[in-house]
Write a protein that binds this ligand. Sequence first.
Ligand code: SF4
Length: 212
Amino acid sequence: MLNNYSPNMLKTYQTCPKKFYYRYIEGVNVPVSVTPFEKGKKIHALANYFLQGVNISRIETALTDVEQEVWQTLLANPFFQKDYFKSEYQLSCKIGEYWVGGRIDAVVTTGDEYFILDYKTGSIPKNPEYDYQTMVYLPALDRFLKGNYSSLSFVYINLKEKKNHVIQFTPQLKSEYEKRIIDICSQISNDTMYQINANSCSRCEYNKICAQ
Ligand code: SF4
């Protein structure tokens, strides 16, 4: 039985319950091409070392020109320049009867304002206010800080387009997020059929094994 739902799990279920079944119930891992993710992984690792105060000068010399440009874009970002609080940090909280959580890229602060950072080397989610990353991590950090802040925001850093998308956590969003999280977690925990959603099969890595 699953007892902690990550944003990816919730997103996968929303995309297709059958896909959720293959990945998280059966544990079937279909290899996908890692090439598009390599640049992102390197930048995330470098950002984590940098924020933790590790000397990264030798690692920086191993970056390609394209990676170096992305890295410089992140370094110049005003949110990335705020004070370090946490990075690559596992954060969970209980919403209703469900535990949700995952690993955030970073949290930075001005002392009383807190910002969850999410670096994107590709595009940011189409509907960032209601992406499961936003809806899980903001309430989780809110619980972690026990309300000791003047403002709490989620910042999607779009490194490709050099733009930030900032979502400020409000009491209204808090109750809306909790309602949506409880709703999807309860659907998952009560599901026994894991119906297919054929709308996204063409991009699905399980399409060769999926019995439709
Ligand atoms: S191939 Fe289609 S129906 Fe099958 S798991 Fe993927 S998205 Fe779902």
